[in-house]
Design a protein around this ligand. Structure first.
Ligand code: SAM
Length: 238
């Protein structure tokens, strides 16, 4: 089933004029004709069955038919990731969407080398990943902030799973416990500085964890950490 994320309100009979890129994708790549079936979602109203109503030169219009899946919130787990190089960062965004992150926050740490995030591209990657993976919403990708500012303004009701590669943290599955909102913190290619590590570990809402005996690349660590969290506390528990 072709799935498209649209900003429009979704209700029976609604007409949705797709943007040029989505129109081109349906008409020229997927070669849909009038009546062709699509599933649309907007992050608010659930997933709806729709059909191509008309094929204009630049715009395909869909007619919304019936609710396919009601809106449902996924687990409240955020990913907080240091700015790494473009390739790994794009991988992290895509995998975070597939693994159910509710939001992705980018942070600048003492050792981050990448300074600029191409937000529009990251958001487009998030949309595409959520269309593919069957999600009903697209996580917000939050502009980079300094780690210090993030921690200072942290909502202490949200626990922070601090992935500490330095080797003195317990295995994640031994310490991940407790309902409620969580976030996962992953450092940059060069890891966290000693001062950052001391500060992070001193915070009451932090749970330091090891992801195993090997040093993982930041993108691998993000995938591993989200997988462990979902299996222990999230929607991969079955
Ligand atoms: N400092 C190391 C270095 O330069 O080789 C690697 C840092 S690692 C590439 C980036 C981040 O992934 C770390 O800051 C940590 O958050 C996470 N990470 C990697 N391996 C880990 C492990 N075995 N346990 C916990 N976290 C890990």
């Amino acid at each position: 089933m072709i799935r498209l994320y649209v900003p429009h309100d979704l209700k029976p009979g609604a007409a949705i004029g797709l943007d040029p890129e989505q129109s081109r994708y349906l008409a020229q790549v997927m070669r849909l004709g009038v009546g062709g079936a699509v599933e649309v979602f907007n992050g608010r109203d659930g997933a709806w069955r729709a059909a191509v109503a008309s094929l204009g030169k630049r715009t395909v219009t869909l007619g919304v038919e019936a609710l396919a899946r009601p809106q449902a919130a996924g687990p409240d787990v955020e990913l907080v990731v240091a700015m790494v190089k473009r390739g790994p960062l794009e991988t992290i965004i895509e995998k975070a969407c597939e693994l159910g992150a509710a939001r992705v926050r980018l942070v600048r740490t003492e050792r981050t080398v990448a300074d600029h995030a191409r937000m529009e591209r990251l958001c487009a990657i998030a949309v595409e990943a959520c269309e593919q993976t069957g999600r009903l919403e697209v996580p917000e990708i939050v502009e980079p902030v300094k780690l210090d500012a993030l921690l200072t303004g942290w909502d202490t009701g949200r626990r922070l799973m601090y992935c500490d590669e330095a080797g003195e943290a317990p295995p994640a599955l031994k310490v991940l416990a407790g309902e409620g909102p969580w976030a996962i913190l992953i450092g940059p290619e060069g890891g966290f500085s000693p001062a950052e590590r001391t500060r992070i570990r001193s915070l009451s809402f932090v749970t330091a964890v090891s992801l195993g005996p090997r040093i993982l690349r930041a993108d691998t660590a993000a995938i591993a950490a989200l997988t462990l969290w979902q299996a222990q506390l999230g929607d991969a528990r079955g």
